[in-house]
Design a protein around this ligand. Structure first.
Ligand SMILES: [Mn+2]
Length: 349
């Protein structure tokens, strides 16, 4: 892999985190997916890649935990303008449908057509993400995805699954269980991603959810009834901490549920909303950045390997990008840790 001297070559005009390396020269390749068609409440997650990319310049490259992992190279692929344009077109259709439903429209033919169009567009996005992800993985690179809403990583997880024949677990950090069979009629919704992941013929061995505090009875029952889904609800985690247990002990239990290979799906709203005030569906409670960073460190400390990751739902909340600088800053720092641990846990692989 190419190396560079950050003291002489870094410039803000260069790539993500100011790293001036091409895709070919980089071990970690980041796929930006500016998509939020089914976002129900609060808009702006399609700006996630640019919020994270802009804030990434503030992140210092040296990291006390992962050292000079960045020397392996991190590269973000070009912003897919065509996909963003498609997002804007189909988001309008999805909004129109939600409006018709809210107004109890009787025009079922029109509504059915809109649902079909939106679901089809979302499936096409997932197919594109899957194709791009496979291309990156087959080139021997480490894959990271930057959403977009939480529907965006389905294709990336499928690509990882086909690469590892399902022999991995998903560590899912989120406020929401995302186990809905469909949401507002949309089968590819952000609220359905883990339902879709765990319904695939070639699904991961295990789904381990952390920080969950917003879920329906059906989602709760699905989680309880499936031995391949383990949910660490936020209230239960906090109870243990309040009663004197350490976060280290909690993380040991989380890690125990995961197989050797781990895909990390990180929804920024898993954090306390203080860290992501503009995200689309904030819920009080949640984790601190320090707790998440410690949990990541334990993936490496227990000898596990990160086989892919995503950071999603970083959003402007419908306002100006400039107002959401803090959300982008937090997202960039989480992304940076995941890049670093991904390199470290794949050393020699
Ligand atoms: Mn969420």
């Amino acid at each position: 892999m190419a190396q560079f001297d950050p003291t002489t070559t870094i410039s803000a005009d260069f790539g993500i985190f100011g790293i001036p390396l091409s895709e070919d020269e980089s071990r970690v390749v980041l796929l930006p997916v500016p998509w939020e068609v089914t976002t129900s409440y609060g808009a702006g997650a399609s700006l996630g890649p640019s919020l994270v990319r802009n804030a990434s310049e503030q992140v210092d490259l040296f990291d006390i935990e992962t050292g000079k992992a960045y020397e392996a190279g991190y590269h973000m692929l070009p912003f897919p303008e065509e996909l963003k344009a498609k997002n804007d077109r189909f988001k309008e259709k999805a909004q129109l449908l939600i409006e018709l439903r809210t107004n109890l429209s009787e025009d079922h033919e029109r509504m059915d057509k809109l649902v079909q169009e939106v679901n089809q567009a979302c499936e096409e996005m997932t197919a594109w993400v899957s194709k791009e992800s496979l291309r990156v993985l087959k080139a021997g690179k480490l894959l990271g995805l930057v959403g977009g809403d939480h529907s965006t990583p389905l294709g990336a997880i499928r690509a990882v699954s086909s690469q590892h024949q399902g022999d991995f677990g998903v560590l899912h950090i989120d406020a929401h269980a995302d186990l809905r069979q469909a949401y507002q009629g949309f089968t590819q919704s952000h609220a359905s991603i883990m339902y879709n992941v765990m319904s695939d013929p070639l699904k991961p061995k295990k789904l381990v959810q952390v920080g969950i505090r917003d879920f329906s009875e059906e989602e709760y029952e699905l989680s309880e009834s499936r031995p391949d889904i383990k949910t660490f609800f936020d209230l239960q985690l906090k109870k243990r901490l309040m009663e004197g247990e350490s976060w280290a002990a909690v993380c040991r239990d989380i890690l125990k549920e995961l197989p050797q290979k781990v895909y990390v799906s990180f929804d920024i709203d898993g954090l306390d909303p203080a860290f992501c005030p503009h995200t689309g569906t904030p819920v009080p409670g949640g984790l601190s950045v320090d707790q998440v960073f410690y949990l990541f460190s334990q993936i490496a400390a227990t000898g596990r390997r990160i086989v892919g990751f995503d950071v999603n739902e970083v959003s402007s909340g419908g306002g100006d990008e400039a107002d959401a600088e803090w959300d982008g800053n937090v997202g960039a720092r989480v992304l940076y840790k995941l890049c670093g641990w991904s390199v470290v846990t794949n050393e020699g692989k």
